[in-house]
Design a protein around this ligand. Structure first.
Ligand code: FPP
Length: 256
């Protein structure tokens, strides 16, 4: 598959699904699937950085994942800590900004003590933003914003007539990096699972059958090439899109 590097999606988000099934197929504990899933995270972060993707948001732990068996939650938190420790130099050395969305106040101290300093140390980096969605839920995020707006309205600091789509967008934490252009889900299921509900409103969706621990650069390139073959209309007609389209660039390509 050919990827045209001048027409990359700006913001790619990934639902990394299939770790448990990967392990079960090999009669291994689910946590082994998550461990191999961390290796896939490394591969995809590297590929995205190399290509020049501006923002990569990864659904690493949902608000609902807290309900999983305690030993699985504990293993996921340990893997997250391990990832942050082992990738620290690579993140800082490659000018990657690490950031988060979600209720990170719920994360254990052993994660926060490595996460917070890395978020701070990388805050001025501009080569790529790697956003980890942690203890994240799209509905929860929107509900939190609704509560804040209601408080502002109650205190008189905002008028109900000022609350429009653009106002709400500015309040949604995961919108800091703009709308999602491409939303990838691995593992064969075709659901959004409460991920980036606001920002993915016009995202192109790509569902890959590959279980996340097996996901690699070639799968990622396939998703990017599929994105580039789509026509994004945002409610307009094809003719309107063609009229407003910039003339095709002389392409540079990378191949998987
Ligand atoms: C979904 O697979 C995956 C998760 C709930 C966790 C994702 C975590 C990682 C990829 C590793 C740790 C993260 C980082 C950033 C280092 P599932 O367990 O629901 O799979 P299944 O549908 O096959 O059961």
């Amino acid at each position: 598959m050919l990827v045209e590097v001048r027409r990359l999606p700006r913001h790619v988000a990934i639902i990394m699904d299939g770790n448990g099934r990967w392990a079960q197929l090999r009669r291994q504990p689910r946590t082994e699937g998550h461990r191999r899933g961390s290796d896939a995270v490394r591969r995809v972060v590297r590929a995205a950085r190399r290509l020049g993707i501006e923002t990569l948001t990864l659904f690493a732990f949902s608000e609902q994942n807290w309900d999983r068996p305690p030993d699985e939650v504990e293993a996921l938190m340990s893997l997250l800590r391990e990832f942050l420790v082992t990738e620290r130099d690579e993140i800082l050395g490659n000018a990657i900004r690490l950031t988060t969305v979600g209720r990170i106040g719920r994360l254990p101290a052993m994660v926060r003590e490595v996460l917070d300093p890395l978020v701070e140390a990388s805050a001025s980096h501009r080569a790529m933003t790697l956003c980890l969605a942690l203890s994240y839920g799209g509905r929860e995020e929107i509900a939190d914003v609704a509560r804040r707006i209601a408080q502002c309205a109650a205190s008189g600091s905002v008028l109900p007539s000022d609350v429009d789509e653009s106002y709400v967008s500015k309040m949604i934490p995961s919108m800091e990096f703009g709308e999602v252009d491409l939303l990838i889900r691995t593992g064969g299921e075709q659901r959004i699972s409460n991920f980036l509900l606001w920002g993915a409103a016009y995202a192109e969706l790509h569902f890959s059958p590959t279980l996340w621990p097996d996901y690699g650069e070639a799968d990622f390139f396939d998703a990017l090439a599929a994105f580039q073959a789509r026509e994004r209309r945002f409610g307009r007609t094809s003719a309107q899109v063609r009229e407003s389209a910039p003339s095709p660039s002389v392409a540079s390509h990378v191949q998987s």
